[in-house]
Design a protein around this ligand. Structure first.
Ligand code: BG6
Ligand code: MG
Length: 216
């Protein structure tokens, strides 16, 4: 039924979703914009500049329009410096439980594996986590026209491993990512809460509960 599994990274394989949010919160505090815990869900899967725009808008209607593109770039760079400092010491011990097993099972089942992460930090993070060699291709978020929730990144990931969308399973922890997968014409597995990931075809609470055998 499937030829490839397309994985998101942050919150699916790597335990980094909360690290992204902590970095945004710190930037927000410096700007006088408080981000309540519920805001984390809105930022999941959203690329760096898109996240910054959501945060500035959260601070008030003036937040985005009064800043130049250069000022926004400086702010996004500052968040990224907080994030990269926080993940600098990540090792294979920081993989989400089950992540390596899932990748190994997918490979053993003869399916291709591609990464469809919005993160520009994905390639070095995969190296640090020791899973780069288990992944056949990485879709480059800079190489596609529109970020998640558009389908582009998942379609690019499928293309890289030579799979047609109908025979791809996409795995995501974000609302934006599930929309991407569905709009790409693929089957979507959500990792998280089914009342949040309402568009997913299947939802499992954590990566640990995912078994490719259930989908073959
Ligand atoms: C996604 C995360 O995987 O990558 C988002 O869910 C993050 O929170 C996005 O903003 C972009 O990451 P980066 O590392 O390029 O800033
Ligand atoms: Mg994610």
């Amino acid at each position: 039924r499937f030829d490839a599994v397309l994985f998101d990274l942050d919150g699916v394989l790597a335990d980094t979703a909360h690290i992204h949010f902590a970095a945004w919160r710190r930037l927000g505090e410096e700007l006088g914009i408080h981000l309540e815990p519920a805001f984390e869900e809105k930022l999941k899967g959203v690329d760096r500049m898109g996240s910054l725009e959501l945060i500035l808008a959260h601070g008030g209607p003036e937040g985005s329009v009064t800043r130049t593109a250069e000022e926004k770039r400086v702010l996004a760079d500052r968040k990224n410096s907080y994030y990269t400092a926080a993940i600098a010491e990540q090792t294979p011990d920081d993989l989400l439980p089950g992540a390596r097993r899932v990748l190994e099972e997918v490979r053993a089942a003869g399916l291709k594996i591609a990464l469809a992460s919005a993160s520009r930090n994905a390639p070095p993070l995969l190296q640090q986590l020791g899973i780069a060699s288990l992944i056949d291709a990485i879709a480059d978020p800079a190489a596609v026209k529109a970020p998640k929730p558009a389908p582009d990144l998942f379609l690019e990931a499928a293309r890289l491993v030579g799979a047609v969308p109908e025979r791809c399973l996409g795995i995501e922890d974000s609302v934006a990512g599930i929309i991407s997968i569905k709009d790409a014409g693929m089957v979507a597995v959500g990792i998280g809460d089914p009342t949040v990931l309402t568009s997913a075809d299947y939802v499992v609470p954590t990566t640990e509960q995912f078994h490719i055998g259930d989908f073959l």
